[in-house]
Design a protein around this ligand. Sequence first.
Ligand SMILES: *[C@@H]1O[C@H](CO)[C@@H](O)[C@H](O)[C@H]1NC(C)=O
Ligand SMILES: *[C@@H]1O[C@H](CO)[C@@H](O)[C@H](O)[C@H]1NC(C)=O
Ligand SMILES: *[C@@H]1O[C@H](CO)[C@@H](O)[C@H](O)[C@H]1NC(C)=O
Ligand SMILES: *[C@@H]1O[C@H](CO)[C@@H](O)[C@H](O)[C@H]1NC(C)=O
Ligand SMILES: *[C@@H]1O[C@H](CO)[C@@H](O)[C@H](O)[C@H]1NC(C)=O
Ligand SMILES: *[C@@H]1O[C@H](CO)[C@@H](O)[C@H](O)[C@H]1NC(C)=O
Length: 462
Amino acid sequence: MAASAAFPQSLAYITASVAGLAVFLFLSSLLLVSNPLSSTVQEYFYKVDTLKVILPAVIPKNQTDTYSNVDAGDNKSLPSGSDFELKPTSLSGINGSVSEAGCDLFKGTWFYDPLGPMYTNNSCPVITRMQNCQGNGRPDREYESYRWKPSQCDLPRFDAKKFLELMRGKTIAFIGDSVARNQMESLLCLLWQVEVPRNQGNRRMHRYYFRSTSTKIVRMWSSWLVHQTPEAIDFAPEGVTKVHLDTPDENFMEFVPTFDVVVLSSGHWFAKQSVYVLNNEIVGGRLWWPDKSREAKINNIEAFGASVENIVASIVTHPNFTGLAILRSYSPSHYEGGAWDTGGSCTGKTRPLEPEQMVKNDNIDKMHEKQMTGFLRGIQKKSNKSKFVMMDITGVFSYRHDGHPGPFRSLDPNKRTQFGPDGKPPPQDCLHWCMPGPVDTWNELVLEIIRREYEGKKSSSS
Ligand SMILES: *[C@@H]1O[C@H](CO)[C@@H](O)[C@H](O)[C@H]1NC(C)=O
Ligand SMILES: *[C@@H]1O[C@H](CO)[C@@H](O)[C@H](O)[C@H]1NC(C)=O
Ligand SMILES: *[C@@H]1O[C@H](CO)[C@@H](O)[C@H](O)[C@H]1NC(C)=O
Ligand SMILES: *[C@@H]1O[C@H](CO)[C@@H](O)[C@H](O)[C@H]1NC(C)=O
Ligand SMILES: *[C@@H]1O[C@H](CO)[C@@H](O)[C@H](O)[C@H]1NC(C)=O
Ligand SMILES: *[C@@H]1O[C@H](CO)[C@@H](O)[C@H](O)[C@H]1NC(C)=O
């Protein structure tokens, strides 16, 4: 399991409070947004100052306040070059260039589609146990049948043949943490229904090959997308993970030129223990800051923003990458009544939230805001060979509190009913997504983005 391999050793303290290895592995992939974040946001270091952010269209229930500070600085506008893929709204509609600016894929509603999901837990053999909600005994299944409808156009059901045809001879890579794995496995399940791929993977790179069109689906693990080391730096001893916010993770960067489409995502590991390093200087730490007399320059959310900016910048300035990059925005979790380790739950959520039921989540909003800002700052450095699209699912998926495994993360009923020796309820998974389930929509969006990119190119060159 890549998740456990990449798990920071320094979190061993958690094992003290849990019983078995299985639980340990679960926690390792779920160590999330557990503590409220530092409320003192110091803007001076990673300052949101120059950009007028084009906001995602779906901002549920008047959450605009959250973002207003982004616009509050000076109002220098973005470079006017037309090769910037600045706003999701600039993506064309289903009718291609006809409705070029007309359809925002990320503004719309969820609706119940009686046709149901494209696959089942029985027709896809590569569903990770923790996301196999039906296989783990989840009693309801309506959550599998909701589909996303952008207001101004349709997002078609996933068309596996079309995907493979568009990706003929090409490679798509998913790079990120366990949520990126969730998305890659969803794509595999969707494609599996028309063709069983050959597994050509190794430990470093999971890879499936679809013979009919010579298409490769790749997954590479990268927890933060940036370089990490255990070595001692300055006052941070060996062991605790050092996250180098200004250095892309070399493990995947060397392969980037070989990919035609790269789907990048990150975020949740910024809730885990680590030390943030910028220019070889320690600028902050998460769940690690031994010397309280020192002042941290950035918190973990700002660290996330800085990492995104640097990753995006290094992709768009990569001399040999000529493909399409997609940044999948922060995936919202839905813990209620506590955090993942303090009885937080999403039990009994069987349908998407209605817009008026939406509750503001400061942490998710801030993560999203820093990611958007980092993205916009990063693509300012763009050279003109590659293309970078923001796939802004955070607002869209805030509605889907019903799409997580919750207690049905394990086949073992004891793991969801028995309280631990410490009296705590068993941890739930309100972060990853059931399969089949809403995560399949991410790949409908990826297909749509690819289609617009490739079909748009074809028509403009003909
Ligand atoms: C949301 O804000 C807009 C503009 O600020 C306002 O017109 C609208 O009534 C608000 N809606 C709700 C539900 O508060
Ligand atoms: C912001 O824009 C307004 C008009 O668009 C301009 O008058 C003002 O000087 C700008 N402020 C800054 C800080 O650039
Ligand atoms: C799929 O889910 C059903 C319950 O809906 C269960 O009976 C079956 O064993 C599951 N199959 C797999 C392979 O998980
Ligand atoms: C797409 O174009 C066709 C005809 O060209 C039209 O009938 C249809 O309504 C259009 N759909 C959208 C979503 O604009
Ligand atoms: C880009 O490609 C050239 C020629 O193959 C190679 O020499 C160079 O090292 C590559 N640069 C990067 C950053 O991969
Ligand atoms: C990239 O930009 C440079 C200078 O801005 C220009 O000379 C070159 O033709 C561009 N290449 C492409 C493929 O657009």
